[in-house]
Design a protein around this ligand. Structure first.
Ligand code: FE
Length: 175
């Protein structure tokens, strides 16, 4: 059945399903030089800006910003990752490709790789959609630590509390 012309502009009239999560809009989410207080320190010269922290589905979407060259981490993914590079460039020691602005990269669940920002790159920013999480490992795969939506949420809560954005600003990113 198709709508007639005069019915097309009518909003959906029924209730949304029980249990549905709230929608979200973040103006300027990719305005990388605005709102410096929204960037959570992760390590020296490394920050992330959380966009969505899905505790219900076990994934998170964040911008990663790195302002140094060199090895960042070796990690094993427990779920797939989608990465859109916005600034600078980066690659994995295990692959022969380099991600540059405008590029999309897929990281398969189960893969272990070592992230490196090459010399000469002053700033790298990439949007990562991280499913499940990842485990920091040594070269033989021995677990050293982990990240997931819950570690990201804890870090965001602590930082936003400290910088005055407040816990509510962090909780607003949670679904
Ligand atoms: Fe990765």
């Amino acid at each position: 059945m198709t709508d007639t012309m005069d019915r097309r502009a009518i909003a959906y009239q029924k209730p949304q399903p029980t249990g549905m999560l709230a929608d979200m809009l973040q103006p300027g989410a990719l305005d990388l030089d605005a709102a410096p207080e929204t960037w959570v320190p992760q390590a020296e010269d490394v920050w992330f800006r959380p966009l969505l922290l899905s505790v219900s589905s076990g994934y998170y979407i964040n911008l990663l910003r790195v302002r140094k060259a060199g090895i960042l981490s070796r990690h094993r993914h427990l779920g797939p990752v989608h990465a859109f590079t916005l600034r600078g460039e980066w690659h994995y020691l295990e692959h022969d490709w380099t991600a540059r602005p405008g590029d999309y990269a897929f990281e398969p669940s189960g893969e272990t790789h070592t992230l490196i920002v090459p010399e000469g790159v002053e700033e790298m920013v990439t949007l990562f959609h991280v499913t499940a999480g990842y485990v920091y490992v040594d070269p033989e795969g021995k677990a050293m630590g982990y990240e997931d939506v819950f570690t990201k949420l804890d870090a965001t809560l602590a930082h936003y509390e400290k910088t005055g954005l407040g816990r509510a600003a962090a909780e607003a990113l949670v679904r």
